[in-house]
Design a protein around this ligand. Structure first.
Ligand code: DON
Length: 560
């Protein structure tokens, strides 16, 4: 089973599974395909995290987050002493040394089986021969066209001589195909070869900070998986430099003390308690979390302990909202885009991978001659020392820019394990809302017995301490809205939050549910392996997929 944000990419991964590839093989091939068919977030020029849980052996977590170049420093986002948002998010200084290529290679070395080049070939073909743009792909590119116009190579790659591409048009990316071909022969070309030369030429010509030494020094890092439990289910999650696992596990620990099932899915009480748990977890995030290489003292064992959760619960009033102290921490606004993919192979090996360029299309800057977009991930560093203010800047120390440091992330790839076997694989984009989106899917499955489809479709919520507001997707029933407001929650509404890709093993079925909240025609779950070997047609549509030994049961659930 492969669930990702794009049909062509999910199909690439499923084909790898059919050929006997491992879950990691499928994740790597899907990720390279997403770099072609989902350029908003799929990438070569960004970074991310890969959580793997082999059916036998220990789970692993690979951190291939972007890293600040040697020229970075805590005051780098200030111009003449004043914070400059454009410098922080839109300049070449915001580009971190990309980790995706080294990360996918390292994961493949450890748990891959098919040849490396086999995993890149579908992406090369999709880039060279092009693919037909869907409605949402054309709309996404069209929306960014004014931004793309600021950089000739980006405009050339993502338009037809400056005119918007339309649904049904073919997007051909020849330079990207050539880069992928070089990487299929020699992955280190990205850091030491022709691709590195093209990156460095652009950096020198345009005032970027990344040097050849920065590229050569890049290393993905194996990290200890962050572990928690929730109502007897084991939770495997992302450690620093992500805050995803800390926020998720801490919130789950707090919520374990309440009877959410009795409160009911989407009830004012359940939303109130989830918001209060998140409020507290996010306050701790801002105080303590950053790249562990620069923050050796993160009190993670305490933050994730059940005893600490009990202390936090004691501060939560059941009938009214707490108040976030505005002078303690504040947050910058979140921007799209990131993407997640979930894979489960026939042996029960699971992979949960989230990677990103930070903003949608990153810096919106194609490396001339190389055909891929640069990230603006260093925008995830705090603004500058002492710059915390009511307007939304943060200046806390753990996440200030420093040479060789990785900016704090919220990405939250998770794998849940029940009775020794994989139970759920999930993750989402959405910046700081990511742990909240993942929390919602976990509560849906564990507390409210939802299937994968319903857990993905459930109304999402988010609270991040400050700004002191409870964000909810549109569609909240009026009675729930009024009850939450009566408790003192300041509600804000968004059309949709995140884009979750969920696999669930339940009642003898493997369910895949892709998120179609953002775009009705995006997000695809593809069942492979066992479904292929069934005499019946494979159970696949663009939203759902099922794999089962008992196909009658599968079809009943599927046709619901
Ligand atoms: O690492 C992070 O948490 C952010 N750079 C992710 C950005 C993101 O998810 C935006 N997506 N919609």
């Amino acid at each position: 089973m492969v669930v990702s944000q794009e049909r062509l990419a999910s199909e690439v991964g499923a084909q790898v599974l059919r050929e006997g590839g491992t879950a990691v093989d499928a994740a790597v091939a899907t990720a390279f395909a997403l770099a072609v068919v989902h350029p908003a977030a799929g990438n070569l020029g960004g970074g991310g995290f890969l959580l793997s849980r082999p059916a036998s052996g220990q789970p692993t977590f690979l951190d291939f987050r972007e890293t600040a170049p040697a020229g970075a420093h805590p005051r780098m986002w200030l111009k003449e002493g004043v914070y400059d948002e454009k410098l922080h998010h839109e300049s070449l200084a915001s580009v971190g040394v990309p980790g995706t290529v080294a990360g996918l290679r390292r994961a493949w070395q450890r748990e891959g089986r098919l040849p490396w080049a086999r995993l890149l070939n579908p992406a090369i073909r999709l880039a060279r021969e092009g693919f037909v743009l869907s409605e949402h792909q054309a709309a996404s590119l069209g929306k960014q066209l004014p931004e793309f116009r600021r950089h000739g190579p980006t405009l050339a790659q993502f338009s037809r001589s400056g005119e918007p591409l339309r649904a049904g048009d073919r997007l051909v990316q020849r330079e990207l195909a050539r880069t992928l071909l070089r990487l299929s022969r020699n992955w280190s070309d990205f850091y030491r070869g022709e691709t590195a030369r093209l990156i460095l030429r652009d950096m020198r010509a345009s005032g970027g900070l990344i040097t050849g030494a920065d590229l050569r020094a890049y290393r993905p890092r194996w990290r200890d998986v962050l572990r928690g439990t929730y109502r007897g289910v084991e939770v495997l999650a992302a450690p620093p430099p992500s805050s995803g696992g800390q926020v998720l596990i801490q919130a789950l620990n707090v919520l374990e003390g309440y009877d959410l099932r009795a409160a009911g899915s989407g009830s004012p009480q359940a939303l109130h308690l989830a918001a209060e748990a998140l409020r507290r977890a996010f306050a701790d995030r801002a105080q303590h979390l950053g790249d562990p290489a620069f923050n050796p003292g993160i009190p993670m064992a305490r933050l994730l302990s059940k005893a600490y959760a009990a202390e936090l619960r004691a501060t939560i009033p059941l009938d009214r909202a707490s108040v976030s102290a505005p002078d303690r921490f504040a947050w910058t606004r979140d921007r799209p885009d990131t993407t997640h993919l979930s894979v489960l192979d026939r042996k029960g090996n699971a992979v949960s991978l989230t990677y990103t360029l930070e903003d949608s299309y990153g810096l919106k800057r194609i490396v001339p001659g190389a055909g891929f977009l640069l990230n603006n991930e260093l925008g995830d560093f705090n603004a500058g020392p002492g710059l915390t203010d009511a307007m939304g800047l943060i200046g806390t120390a753990p996440n200030l820019a420093q040479p060789g440091k990785r900016p704090l992330s919220s990405m939250c790839p998770v794998i849940l394990v029940k009775e020794g076997a994989v139970f759920m694989v999930a993750g989402s984009p959405g910046g700081r809302t990511i742990p909240s989106t993942v929390l919602g899917t976990v509560l849906g499955v564990v507390d409210f017995d939802l299937d994968a489809r319903a857990a993905v479709d459930a109304l999402r919520f988010h609270h991040q301490w400050l700004p002191d507001q409870l964000q909810v997707e549109r569609g909240l029933p009026a009675a729930v809205k009024e009850a939450l407001q009566a408790m003192g929650h300041a509600l804000t509404f968004v059309k949709q939050q995140g884009c979750a890709q969920v696999i669930l093993v339940r009642n003898g079925l493997v369910e895949g549910a892709a998120d179609t909240k953002r775009w009705p025609d995006s997000g695809v779950a593809v069942a492979s392996a066992k479904a292929e070997r069934q005499p019946q047609r494979p159970l696949i549509t663009h939203r759902n997929a099922l794999v089962a030994t008992n196909f009658k049961q599968a079809e009943r659930s599927f046709n619901r």
